[in-house]
Design a protein around this ligand. Structure first.
Ligand code: XMP
Ligand code: MG
Length: 199
């Protein structure tokens, strides 16, 4: 039996988990995204990443290794930091962003790339970007593994100067590759979309 064939319990409701992006499709896209990003930041001469925990843990790790492998000269000077935000409860956006832990390094004058797991309504990212802009980085861009264009609720200008996106997906709730449902399923290597089970 394949992983999650029996469905996933979301509260008291059993949901169907459909594989949306396989592990190899994700790995290939992370590599091509890394090549795109490496070219841009090689020209800028440096790269400072900010990993938004917890969701982008796997994406960030795979992407940064691939960037450094693609462009060793850039890899030697790359720096990184993390910020831990929480904005989601269950499968619905709370609209409020809570900071659980902050950055450890100033970003003034740096070429900053924020690494996110998913842009859903965009509220989390817009709050973070507004806060980061105050420090006046040399440039501020975002790389998000996933984006849900149909659910975007903020203006694109609020989401940094440049956005690198792995995959545009539909509005369903997704789990796997860092994305969780109440702390579960983060360590699945594929991404699954949840939908109600039809009887
Ligand atoms: P917003 O709506 O602010 O949401 O763009 C961003 C944060 O909410 C989480 N999120 C999800 N987590 N499956 C998840 O496991 C999803 O489908 C999903 N949609 C949003 C995520 O932490 C993201 O950073
Ligand atoms: Mg997140």
């Amino acid at each position: 039996m394949a992983v999650l064939d029996g469905g996933v319990m979301v509260g008291k409701t059993k949901m169907l988990a459909r594989e949306l992006l396989s592990a190899s499709v994700i790995q290939d896209r992370v590599k091509s995204l890394a090549a795109e990003i490496a070219t841009v930041y090689l020209q800028k001469g440096e790269l400072h990443t900010i990993t938004v925990l917890n969701g982008s843990l796997h994406f960030s790790s795979a992407l940064r290794l691939a960037i450094a492998e693609k462009q060793p000269a850039l890899g030697e000077s790359m720096t990184s930091d993390t910020i831990h935000l929480a904005s989601y409860h269950g499968t619905g956006s709370s609209g409020r962003v809570r900071k659980i832990s902050d950055l450890n390094h100033p970003i003034t004058g740096k070429h900053v790339l924020v690494l996110e797991d998913i842009i859903d309504t965009g509220k989390t990212l817009s709050v973070l970007v507004a806060e980061l802009r105050i420090q006046q980085p040399a440039s501020l861009a975002v790389a998000s593994l996933l984006r849900k264009p149909e659910k975007l609720m903020v203006d694109k200008s609020e989401l940094s100067e440049e956005i690198f996106v792995g995959f545009d997906i539909g509005p369903e709730f997704v789990i796997g590759y860092g994305l969780d449902y109440d702390g579960l399923y983060r360590d699945l290597s594929a991404i699954y979309a949840l939908s109600p089970m039809t009887k």
